[in-house]
Unconditional design. Structure first.
Lengths: 319, 218, 58
């Protein structure tokens, strides 16, 4: 039994031991590592690019903002048609044949894009603006069909939009009250009011940024910034850090799959990568039990370098 | 070894536990001052440097938590502590992976040490999750984009509704409390396993049946 | 308020080799790891080997 050893047994083991001070070792390790960490922190600092806000987005690219808001109100943005956990859509539901844990889990983080991102913030602003209140009523009174026609026409027109003084203008057309509503939303965005409205819609205290992040993500602005910093999925982004700093090098194998077919081609790429990495992690865990995998150390004799003194001595002496 | 059986209350859980601990992990094995002479390679220090780095990760993290998640964006001292935290995490993963490479090529799971290896792999995986929640807690551009990008993978597994990477409060709480506790517990288990079973013998020189080593000075 | 990018916040340079795309800082970290591992294998560990230090066998 481990630990149970009589003096006689021990004496027959024939193992030469040497003094080895474990506590001194950890003390030295802590001192040396602290010096290295202090040096790196003092000379290189750490990365901290400031966040994108709805405000910075609406100011920097009001056309992208308006296009996105148009999609949100139409229920046609990526996250508006996403699916679980946000809503009942199917646009981003991943499944491999019948296997779809995303569907099975269901909706738990209910987000209603048209109302949460557009109508409700506008209603707040309309509390002392009868014209805006009228435009909201006009929109909501229209049939779904009519609303879709307005949104489709406006989306098309936005592709040739012009910006003047932070305001978006498009060619004349039949868009109903949509341009007016969205222009007001842009204004709310540019003043910073929308950041607050999206976050604290029902409560004073908030730590859940689901709504503003989904809204920002539906636009193209943040993706463009991320692409500049090589953070996107097909730029090995998981491994990278902003600026000149090292990133998460230990994620190299996770992000590698996203650069290769079929992972970067199929709609269930994320699920597939999770399954592959789960399998590989299980293999790593079970190395001691897997023939072949557990024998590689014997075949690649790095151990002969590590224990060279032992092998020299034991080969030289007779027992 | 003295036999205290006569002094113990019959059927006592406490006495039985004490006996198990005395047998499995006597003080001479928990804090030995000698090692088999084959423990003489720099590869053996990768593990202890990993532990040292973890200590600095936790201590710098405690300071960051004490002053709140906004502090390091607003104060240069705060930024310095964030830098300490950032670089000690880098050191932690660098030396953990070096330790993994070393232990793999030494096939250190031999002679009953498979649990030690497995706890190590689990620690690696949990550390990655801990780091992930840390990156999500930065409240800056990188945190935003990591959250936005990662949500699809998490959602695809069905976990998205319960582990919401867009929810700063949830990620922060996991990062400053639950995951550090998990990593620390796993590291302690891992070290106890190593001390209980001792350092593995060189490849090709396993003893059958495996007997533990007596590290006391003769 | 947009992204204010100072020197250290400029995107790093990247090595693009086939489908591999890696930042120079990341490559440096990995390179250092490989060097450390090789050195650990080769460099003698202090306090061993001299015959004066050899203890009697148990």
């Amino acid at each position: 039994m481990i630990g149970e050893l009589s003096a006689g047994q021990a004496s027959q083991q024939g193992v030469r031991t040497i003094p080895y001070d474990l506590l001194k070792e950890i003390a030295i390790a802590m001192a040396v590592s602290l010096i290295v960490i202090l040096g790196l922190a003092l000379f290189l600092s750490s990365p901290d690019l400031p966040s994108v806000t709805i405000q910075s987005w609406a100011k920097a690219d009001p056309v992208d903002f308006t296009t996105t808001a148009n999609d949100e109100l139409a229920g046609a943005s990526v996250t508006a048609s996403y699916g679980p956990p946000y809503n009942q859509g199917i646009g981003s539901v991943q499944s491999i044949g019948p296997i779809s844990p995303q569907s099975w889990a269901g909706v738990h983080l209910n987000v209603d894009q048209p109302n949460d991102f557009v109508i409700n913030p506008l209603k707040q602003a309309a509390s002392n603006d009868t014209q805006l209140a009228g435009q909201i009523s006009t929109y909501q009174a229209a049939s779904a069909d009519q609303q879709t026609k307005w949104h489709d026409a406006y989306a098309k027109a936005l592709m040739d939009a012009k910006v003047a003084d932070g305001k978006v203008t498009v060619a004349d057309g039949d868009y109903g009250p949509v341009p007016a509503l969205l222009a007001r939303l842009v204004q709310l965005g540019q003043t910073g009011a929308l950041d607050g409205l999206l976050l604290s819609s029902n409560h004073f205290y908030q730590t859940d940024y689901t709504k503003p992040l989904l809204f920002i993500n539906d636009g193209g602005y943040i993706g463009g910034l991320a692409h500049d910093q090589h953070l996107t999925g097909n730029q090995w982004g998981m491994m990278n850090e902003t600026g000149l700093y090292p990133g998460q090098t230990w994620l190299w194998l996770y992000t590698l799959w996203y650069q290769l077919p079929p992972f970067n081609q199929v709609s269930y790429g994320d699920l597939l990568v999770v399954l592959v990495m789960g399998l590989l992690t299980a293999l790593l865990l079970l190395v001691p039990l897997i023939p072949g995998l557990r024998d590689i150390p014997r075949w690649i004799p790095i151990y002969r370098l590590i224990w060279r003194r032992y092998y020299t001595e034991s080969e030289a002496t007779t027992r | 070894m003295k036999d205290h059986a006569g002094d113990e209350s019959a059927g006592s859980w406490t006495a039985a536990t004490r006996r198990q601990l005395e047998r499995r992990l006597p003080w001479e094995n928990l804090l030995p001052d000698r090692q088999p002479f084959w423990v003489g390679s720099w590869v053996y220090v990768f593990g202890v440097i990993t532990i040292a780095a973890l200590v600095w990760v936790v201590l710098s993290g405690v300071v960051l938590a004490a002053f709140g998640p906004q502090w390091w964006h607003l104060s240069s001292v705060g930024r310095f502590f964030n830098s300490l935290h950032f670089w000690s995490v880098q050191l932690f993963f660098v030396f953990m992976v070096l330790h993994l490479w070393g232990q793999y090529f030494m096939a250190s799971w031999r002679e009953g040490r498979a649990p030690t290896w497995m706890i190590g792999v689990v620690t690696f995986a949990v550390s990655i999750v801990a780091a992930f929640t840390g990156y999500l807690s930065q409240q800056n551009f990188a945190a935003q984009y990591i959250a936005i990008n990662a949500k699809d993978a998490v959602n695809s597994t069905g976990a998205g509704g319960f582990f919401n990477v867009l929810n700063f409060g949830q990620m922060y709480g996991l990062h400053v409390m639950l995951l550090p506790i998990a990593v620390t517990l796993l590291v302690v288990l891992h070290i106890v396993q190593v001390r209980m079973k001792g350092v593995v013998r060189p490849i090709g020189h396993e003893v059958k049946p495996a007997v533990p080593l007596d590290l006391r000075k003769k | 308020m947009g992204i204010n990018v100072s020197v250290v916040d400029q995107p790093a340079g990247y090595l693009h080799w086939g489908f591999i795309l890696i930042s120079w800082p990341n490559l440096l970290v990995i390179g250092i790891m490989v060097v450390f591992f090789a050195l650990a294998l080769i460099l003698p560990f202090p306090g061993h080997g001299s015959s004066a230090e050899k203890e009697k066998k148990a």
